[in-house]
Design a protein around this ligand. Sequence first.
Ligand code: GLA
Length: 394
Amino acid sequence: MRITTRLAGAVLALLGGLGFAHVAVAQPRLALTPPMGFNTWNKFGCDVRESLVREMADAIVASGMKAAGYRYVVIDDCWQVARDGAGRIVADPERFPSGIKSLADYVHGLGLSFGIYTDIGPKTCAGRPGSYGHFAEDARSYAAWGVDYVKVDWCHADSLDAPTQYARMRRALDQSGRRIVLSICEWGLNHPWDWAGPVGQLWRTTGDISDNWQSVVWIANASGHHAAAAGPGHWNDPDMLEVGNGGMTADEYRTHLSLWAMMAAPLMAGNDIRAMSGVTRAILTNADVIAVDQDRLGEQGRIVIDQGDGTQVWLKRLAGGGRAVAAVNYHADSADVMFRWKEIGLPAGGATVRDLWRHQDLGRHDDPGHDIATGYRVKVAPHGVVMLRIAPAR
Ligand code: GLA
């Protein structure tokens, strides 16, 4: 299997090298589970500098985020200011006086990985130099600096063909000699779920998230439609997390993380890790929920019950035959949600149930049967979630 995928990768690389720009080069062994990390944008916007990135990397280790699986430290827009005479991208010398390589070295020294941002067009969304016309130079710079992950945005790119340009960037990254995760960020405009699988390891499915409940509901329900395209090494990206940024209640943030985990979404924290509350930390580092996101089967969960009453049941099959189930309540009042084993694809008979937010094993429950009145019933808080792991009892 591995030999086959390697061979396929080599053939694609050869075709790419012969000038078939539209032929993507496979990177089968990158991001076999959804990438996890931190990105500067949601909290800090353009206000990025090397001290911030170092402090955040330190905090990822000290807070237990690293131990929970968060790995990529990504600088979003505004680190770059110009190109030099040779066409090479130049980091802001005032904000990054030690240079990007030194920052990447620092991050690597903590056992973390390092990411950066650019744009497929001539300018980034914040008006900084983009990569258009410079894919090879930029990929070489990233490789020389030790970049492990690059997010490539879509501003000022309306006249371009997205599949062609992102495949060119993929090829440039591969030819740099360093294995670099490509995070495609064209907001779902060009239906990346149809073509981005062999090109990037993740692709945004919607416009930008905001730190409010409506945004989470909208994105989850939009991104949920593209489940068939996701799998190990190629993930739908419903955007970075807002957990801990202050615009939602703790229950809403729990639902946000739960929905992202059910969707096998990349988990890129977007809050100030240096100053997060105990509640935020407990949400972001919930090992039971993260295990669902990172499950090696790599299935993106789907909505299996939506009765139009403001509640949904999401199902994600897990390696080994278990099921993750999330009962979500979009109401401002608490709600009862009910489902039967057959609705989550389990055979009749007993199953063990674990509550992933209470961290409690709830024991064995028998198949509630086919009578709608006897389903497995949970009470869900307003805008809340009950997330369970259910496995056939042996
Ligand atoms: C776009 C992206 C965001 C962020 C900003 C930076 O809006 O979707 O995630 O990268 O650009 O300018």
